[in-house]
Ligand binder design. Structure first.
Ligand code: GUN
Ligand code: ZN
Length: 431
């Protein structure tokens, strides 16, 4: 499909509405996205775009809302099958549920099966880009990238590195093999089609200093890669880091001392940061990732959205620590967490976090996450009345934000009527 006009309501963001104001977001009640060769040629008023592209194929989604595909800035695809596991906090949750499951991903067939299941699930929920952790096995990263490539998706991931005896023996690599395997994966996948490799030490407690050092060197050799890890998710974890790294100034210092801090760094959770850590993260322009369903599910704490004033912040499910594959559900949890901290996030801010905000955190803000000319045509189409409960609330809406908010709070995969990956409808592949 070379040239296509996709009709529906549209919301086109120029940037973060928390900074630019909600008035900066353009709403077209009868809008259109003109897609050509996998990219957005234009977005705006449907009549105007139809007149400008008379030969284009038209797909009309009626009153449904067209947004950029959702961007999940932190997830663990190998934890797909253990989502919603009961009763543990972080460290016990890792040992009880996560590590045994991750141990299965040395089997390429199993890894391929879960990668396919995972991508079916995220697309069904309207997510078109994910930054995922894999397992220590290079096979797990190969499976993810191969599946994403087959679907034409813009996807990011890295082999998770763990070599300390705090991780089980069956899930340990070494400083050298982590370097070598990650370097080979970068050669194989980074920059191929729409794929990007992320250097991925799991977190300080499961790496030796030698491994952090090796990964710092690898990142320095590939500075265009992102680096992702976890920081300050639970108080017990922060105390654990202090005991494992007694000379470090704080948690962030365990990364910085080994070359793992910079403008392309992505830190997941970041709930219990100290003032020095925040200052330093802002100074180097690192990004944070807010994982609200995980932070409530595992009992970690309430992320401070005020950090947005100083740092790029993305939004993420953190599946399977997070309890949903849905970025709608994740926006709802972000709203609830902010309410518990005394702030009501506007629907425009929630949509931005799941699209342009996550894109900016991933340094992809010039390619995905907006309905604007030149952007890649990854789109989600949302039915704003997908259940009776949502429909009766929307019937009273006075403007587009009141019409979107019930779907943010109560919507799920039933709201997703279509998803486009690089301009191609995903439903067409299912026929
Ligand atoms: N910290 C280290 N590994 C993990 C993980 O897999 N999930 C979460 N939520 N936190 C982590
Ligand atoms: Zn995580």
């Amino acid at each position: 499909m070379r040239d296509c006009l996709i009709l529906g309501q549209i919301l086109a963001f120029e940037g973060d509405p928390a900074q630019l104001g909600v008035g900066s977001v353009r709403h077209d009640r009868r809008g259109a996205v003109h897609v050509r060769d996998g990219r957005i040629a234009a977005a705006g008023d449907a009549d105007r775009l139809r007149a400008a592209a008379p030969g284009a194929k038209v797909i009309d989604h009626g009153d449904a809302l067209i947004l950029p595909g959702f961007i999940d800035a932190h997830a663990h695809y190998p934890q797909t099958a253990i989502i919603a596991s009961w009763g543990k906090r972080l460290i016990e949750w890792l040992n009880t549920y996560t590590f045994p499951e991750e141990g299965r991903f040395g089997d390429p067939d199993y890894a391929a099966r879960i990668a396919a299941r995972y991508m079916d699930l995220v697309l069904a929920h309207g997510t078109t880009t994910v930054a995922s952790y894999c397992t220590i096995h290079p096979e797990s990263a190969d499976a993810y990238f191969a599946e994403a490539q087959r679907r034409g998706m813009r996807m990011l991931a890295g082999k998770t590195c763990m070599d300390r005896d705090t991780a089980p023996g069956f899930l340990r690599d070494s400083a050298q093999s982590a370097y070598d395997d990650s370097a080979a994966l970068i050669d194989r996948w980074h920059g191929m089609d729409r794929l990007s490799y992320i250097v991925t030490p799991r977190f300080s407690p499961t790496s030796t200093e030698a491994q952090l050092e090796a990964l710092g060197a690898l990142w320095a050799a590939h500075p265009d890669c992102l680096m992702q890890t976890h920081i300050s998710e639970q108080v017990d974890e922060v105390d654990w880091v202090k005991s494992l790294y007694p000379t470090a100034r704080d948690y962030l210092d365990t990364y910085e001392a080994h070359g793992l801090l910079g403008p392309n760094a992505l830190f997941g959770h970041a709930i219990h940061l100290e003032p020095r850590e925040i200052d330093r993260l802002a100074e180097v322009d690192a990004a944070l990732v807010h994982c609200p369903t995980s932070n409530t599910f595992i009992g970690s704490g309430l992320f401070d959205m005020g950090l947005r004033d100083r740092l790029r912040v993305g939004l993420a499910t953190d599946t399977g620590g997070g309890s949903s594959f849905s970025m709608l559900r994740t926006m709802a949890a972000a709203y609830e967490v902010a309410q518990l901290r005394g702030t009501a996030l506007h629907p425009s801010e929630l949509v931005w976090l799941a699209t342009g905000g996550s894109a900016a955190a991933l340094r992809l803000g010039d390619r995905i996450g907006r309905l604007a000319a030149g952007y890649e045509a990854d789109l989600v189409v949302l039915d704003l009345a997908s259940t009776p409960a949502i429909a009766q609330a929307v019937a009273r809406a006075g403007d587009i934000w009141q019409a979107v908010f019930p779907t943010i709070m109560m919507g799920d995969d039933r709201a997703v009527t279509e998803v486009y990956v690089a301009g191609r409808p995903v439903s067409a592949g299912r026929d």
